[in-house]
Design a protein. Sequence first.
Length: 334
Amino acid sequence: MQENERVLTDIFDISDKLYREMCSNKENDHATLFSYLTELGRTMTDSDRASFWKWDRRRNELWTTSATGVDRIVIPDNTGLVGKALKEQRVVVTNDPYNDPDFNSAVDKKTGYVTKSVLVMPVANIYGDFIGAFQIINKNNDQGFDEVEDVRRLSLAALICGIALESETFLEDSHHDKLTKQKNRMGFYSDFSRRYSKVLDEGRPISLYISDIDKFKRVNDTYGHNAGDVVLSTVAQTMAKACSDNEVVYRWGGEEFIMIMVDSTLEQCVAKAEEIRQTIMETPCDSEGTIINVTMSFGCVQFDREKSIEDNISVADGFLYTAKESGRNRVIWE
């Protein structure tokens, strides 16, 4: 009875910390929630480690940012015990993982950790579509996991994780453009308030460019809107591939794109824009066998923290206008 009381006290403590954290003035996100819920699941099942995995169908990947004791892990969605649980839409339990052909031992080999037992519980949204999985590792009593009892204990944490993940997915979808798969204007402003404003407060530089596909209306008028969509997607993918870890491209609207570059000078921004301009000019867009060549114009600025976001973009937009009026297919920054 004392052991049950201790577990119950631990559960109450975790729940209380989560509630207070979410009600605080701190800038929390879903990762905070997932972190507490994985700790809750670990405690309720008396396990050594726990992690919550998200299924990213866009990239055919499974990834976790809240794995107890390990860093972020990304794996193909058709591999591992997590992939198996989602593919077969059922709980997967193994108490002899190193002899299980679906177990991926790469992390253990890298870290020296010894996995003795694993339980993976797929998590669904309110429509019954599986969107992630809850994984617990190494039952502390060394007897392995019980598929009935441990699933029953884990179900509450898994249910809340599913609701939270569905909420996060809705939010993420609202921040992305469906056609190009890049972040949209709403995503831009969200990132600025949560990330870029802090960078500026730290005194670090940010540069940006705004760009526009030259004579895009002519593409739609000549080849049709489906071809225009191909051009937009091709341009967006070209820009995204050129991004480093500190760079993000956004579809600003229509045929306009913005790239934000953290810790980047104006000279570096101009060089990146010129590199992308050249690549796009040399990259034909294939729309059902019809080859369409396009060019782009760019306006670059170093972000001025004394000005608003809109005023900074307006300055860049002025340079873009100059680029368009002076012949297109060029980069202007002064």
